[in-house]
Design a protein around this ligand. Structure first.
Ligand code: GLA
Length: 430
């Protein structure tokens, strides 16, 4: 990033973020499970009853979420994506679930999910049809919002297929109002900017006022190239999108695909670490009924989740790049900083990176406490500006650390700003 661009980010991040959608939700990045990447539009319940889009899938996922520690780790929303409805609306014009795959209907499913202490998400589209060709909500925003509220749904993912792009903003805003008018708090997950980017630069102030999170870029696939492309897009647009994130509204780089088929363990660690740094919703799309213990442990890693859910709610971003390494940093509450070092070189073996070269290392003064979280948990103890800490990072893997300044005098005298540089307080009491 150029100095001027860097300054711009600093200025915009120091000024208060635009108002978030005021529905009291998503004060921290949403955590849960969403069916799309893993189960797609599998509606073949005759030959594949275990994996088809049916009430059974969500009930089983909810059961596992409670039994296997997911709920306890913070994963709360069980979310339906596309392909749940019948192709026809009912006689009153309401959306209805496919009767064969959801014999109990969505209200009953919501009751079940709630009985487990979890929340239910559903999917619809701002345009004529959903991306998979099911009925869209255009012309039915109030009706659909009321239907979802009547069913006690807790989250709506609102897609943007089959919509006149010039009317996207209006559509998303109208649905936001319709949800609000139901009086039920329904977390609103939008794809507005993703569909608007080809037309113009989205207005993130308006998006933040309208949505609780918003997709900016392509759908995630179960591959490292897909995860990398999301990171590259995010870094390339960070000046625009990072300032928009904060409690109540988040950039959404799409689902976590950890626990599936396409990512090596190092790559899974990279996705988990970087999604935490980016203050992204943590919506897993995998089969929790059948997941390998290492992926499970990673997804439930409390230290990484703590970074994701940090109360300050500032999104991190890429602060340095070179020698096939990328440094991503996120300012945390209590003056702490999370540093992720991604090894982009996909050849050779582990490579050493001197943490002192991370721009945010400045906060380690005069002393700091360093904890390494990935690839292994390690308390690195008290360090100074001069310490030379070399972390070893595997190809396409990530080292993740937190740095905590420890001198109380230092904290009294200085106020740490978001980027890890120091602003001297006007009135210091010595
Ligand atoms: C779009 C969205 C995906 C998913 C599919 C469903 O591609 O971006 O996340 O919801 O539609 O058809």
């Amino acid at each position: 990033m150029s100095r001027a661009a860097c300054l711009l980010v600093i200025i915009s991040l120091m000024s208060p973020a635009a108002e978030a959608l005021d529905n009291g939700l998503a004060l921290k990045p949403t955590m849960g499970w969403l069916h799309w990447e893993r189960f797609m539009c599998n509606i073949d319940c005759d030959t594949d009853p275990n994996n088809c889009i049916s009430e059974r899938l969500y009930m089983q996922m909810a059961d596992v979420m409670v039994k296997e520690g997911w709920k306890e780790a913070g994963y709360e929303y069980v979310c339906i994506d596309d392909c749940w409805p019948s192709h026809q609306r009912d006689a009153q014009g309401r959306l209805q679930a496919d009767p064969k795959r959801f014999p109990g209907g969505i209200k009953k499913l919501a009751d079940y999910i709630h009985s487990k202490g979890l929340k239910l998400g559903i999917y619809a589209d701002v345009g004529d049809k959903t991306c998979a060709g099911y009925p869209g909500s255009l012309g039915y925003y109030e009706k659909d919002a009321q239907t979802f509220a009547d069913w006690d749904v807790d989250l709506l993912k609102f897609d943007g297929c089959f919509m006149n792009r010039a009317l996207l903003g209006e559509g998303y805003i109208n649905m936001s109002k319709a949800l609000n008018n139901t009086g039920r708090p329904i977390l609103y997950s939008c794809e507005w900017p993703l569909y608007e980017w080809p037309l113009k630069q989205p207005n993130y102030t308006a998006i933040r006022e309208t949505c609780n999170h918003w997709r900016n870029f392509d759908d995630v696939f179960d591959s490292w190239s897909s995860v990398k492309s999301i990171l590259d897009w995010t870094a390339a647009h960070q000046d625009i999108i990072v300032p928009a994130a904060g409690p109540g509204g988040w950039n959404d780089p799409d689902m976590l695909v950890i626990g599936n088929f396409g990512l090596s363990h190092d790559q899974q660690e990279s996705q988990m670490a970087l999604w935490a740094i980016m203050a992204s919703p943590l919506l897993m799309s995998n089969d929790l009924r059948d997941i390998c213990p290492r992926s499970k442990e990673l997804l439930q890693n409390k230290r990484i989740i703590d970074i994701s859910q940090d109360s300050m709610g500032k999104q991190g971003y890429r602060t340095a790049k070179g020698n096939d390494f990328e440094v991503w940093e996120r300012p945390l509450s209590k003056n702490r900083l999370a540093i992720a070092v991604l090894n982009k070189l996909e050849t050779g073996g582990p490579r050493g990176f001197n943490i002192g070269a991370a721009p945010g290392w400045k906060i380690c003064g005069p002393q700091c406490n360093v904890t390494q979280i990935l690839p292994q948990y390690k308390e690195m103890g008290v360090q100074t500006q001069q310490s030379k800490i070399i972390v070893s990072v595997n190809p396409s893997g990530t080292a993740l650390l937190t740095v905590t300044p420890i001198s109380s005098d230092f904290r009294r005298l200085h106020k740490l700003n978001w980027q890890g540089t120091f602003v001297r307080r006007k009135h210091t009491i010595l």
